[in-house]
Design a protein around this ligand. Structure first.
Ligand SMILES: Nc1ncnc2c1ncn2[C@@H]1O[C@H](COP(=O)(O)OP(=O)(O)O)[C@@H](O)[C@H]1O
Ligand SMILES: C[C@@](O)(CCOP(=O)(O)O)CC(=O)O
Ligand SMILES: [Mg+2]
Length: 386
């Protein structure tokens, strides 16, 4: 029996970083997914290994299960139904398992492998198995690959337990019941802590539940958008690391608590206004344009505040300058420091302009894409033939 779980990436429309410090954020899933397939060897195979294939980064790991048990069982056993944090002691025990098998050039990817080992052993114990991971969107670029990985992995690991509640969705994909989603989301948050250091929980929550959400201090409100939003996503291809950027904002907050407190408060107001505009019900054309103008302005204001937090980047500023020539509003999405940038494409925008701005951005060496917004969250599928 093989189970595959898929969880979507996300874009943050308002509130990244500030959300880590208690402000409201608004985010939506995109229709690009990370897939995790899990299979267990047949009893007759005598295979006592834990195998991991991370296809996107071309890394394969194989650990004798006894070796994993020796490293981790001294920390006590975990209970799958009660998500627990990976202690600094556990991180230390996991590190040699990862470091020995990861080439120096890919060492920045090690935290994802540590999160894998923590989630696998906490949920499945010391059982041999094989996990294959692939993603449809770029890693480490602000689209939430770390959260999508933690959500899909936690779901695949929990999916084979007897008590799991599943609802039919479509094309062979099934959806977890509410309790299961909550459990997956909690485990994924524990995985995100290993990758992000101090996550807000926004990314794993939007990846688990999908659609558009407003999020503040662990509380989610589902938003019903009355018109489809169109965002051009530009990947600057400048690599960055969420953990380092989140830490740098926290350090700035320690140095300037009052000023940064005011910045976070302003972001909170922006996010709440974005949520109100998205949910407002009027449909006539003039109101649609007015709403989009306001959204664009709020995105620009949020970008200004992200600059105050010190997470913009020369490549992001290039995207801003380029889209401004076409009177289009832009902000970074995710942790910043490079990565992806969002540009609002108004409903009545001419396609020629979209083509021109895309061509100009691509001529700078960036990569543009338009993803579907607000699709389903976590889904699982079973394949009994394998
Ligand atoms: N498909 C994947 N395969 C392997 N590692 C992954 C995958 N997706 C995410 N990761 C891990 O997550 C890290 C990127 O997370 P992060 O810096 O938070 O950026 P983002 O979440 O915006 O993509 C990678 O360095 C890697 O450790
Ligand atoms: C900066 C932050 O708000 C979002 C980070 O998103 P990403 O990992 O860059 O996709 C951090 C968080 O909310 O945990
Ligand atoms: Mg991340």
């Amino acid at each position: 029996m093989e189970v595959t779980a898929r969880a979507p990436g996300k874009i943050i429309l308002a509130g990244e970083h500030a959300v880590v410090h208690g402000s409201t954020a608004v985010a939506t899933s995109i229709d690009l997914y990370t897939y995790v397939s899990l299979s267990f060897p047949a009893d007759s195979d005598n295979d006592d290994k834990l195998k991991l294939h991370m296809k996107d980064i071309d890394l394969e790991f194989s650990w004798p299960i006894g070796r994993v048990k020796e490293a981790l069982s001294k920390l006590g056993s975990q209970i799958p139904s009660s998500p627990a944090s990976c202690s600094p002691e556990a991180i230390k025990s996991i590190a040699p398992l990862v470091d020995k098998q990861i080439p120096e050039a890919k060492i920045t990817l090690a935290s994802g492998v540590s999160a894998f080992l923590w989630l696998y052993t906490s949920i499945r114990g010391y059982k041999s198995g094989k996990v294959v991971i692939t993603s449809e969107f770029p890693l480490g670029s602000g689209l939430g690959s770390s959260a999508a990985l933690c959500v899909s992995l936690s779901a695949a690991l929990l999916a084979l337990s007897d008590s799991v509640n599943l609802d039919y969705c479509h094309q062979g994909w099934l959806m977890f019941g509410e309790n299961e989603l909550e459990l997956v989301n909690k485990w994924a948050f524990e995985g995100e802590k290993i990758i992000h250091g101090k996550p807000s929980g926004l990314d794993n929550t939007v990846s688990t539940y999908g659609n558009m959400i407003k999020f503040r201090s662990g509380e989610l409100t589902r938003l019903k958008s009355n018109r489809p939003l169109r965002m051009l996503i530009t990947n600057t291809k400048v690599g960055r690391n969420t953990k380092a950027l989140v830490a740098s904002v926290s350090e700035r907050t320690v140095r300037h608590p009052i000023a940064m407190g005011a910045v976070f408060k302003a972001v909170d107001s922006i996010s709440n206004e974005v949520a109100t505009i998205i949910q407002s019900t009027s449909h006539d054309d003039s109101t649609v344009s007015e709403k989009e103008d306001k959204l664009g302005e709020l995105m620009e204001m949020n970008q200004g505040l992200l600059q105050c937090m010190g997470v913009s980047h020369a490549s992001i500023e290039t995207v801003l300058r380029t889209t401004l020539k076409y009177k289009l509003a832009t902000k970074l999405t995710g942790a910043g420091g490079g990565g992806c940038v969002l540009t609002l494409i108004p409903t009545f925008q001419s396609e020629t302009v979209v083509d021109e701005v895309t061509a100009e951005l691509e001529a700078c060496g960036f990569q543009c894409l338009i993803a579907g917004i607000g699709g389903k969250g976590l889904q699982v599928s079973f394949n009994s033939s394998s």
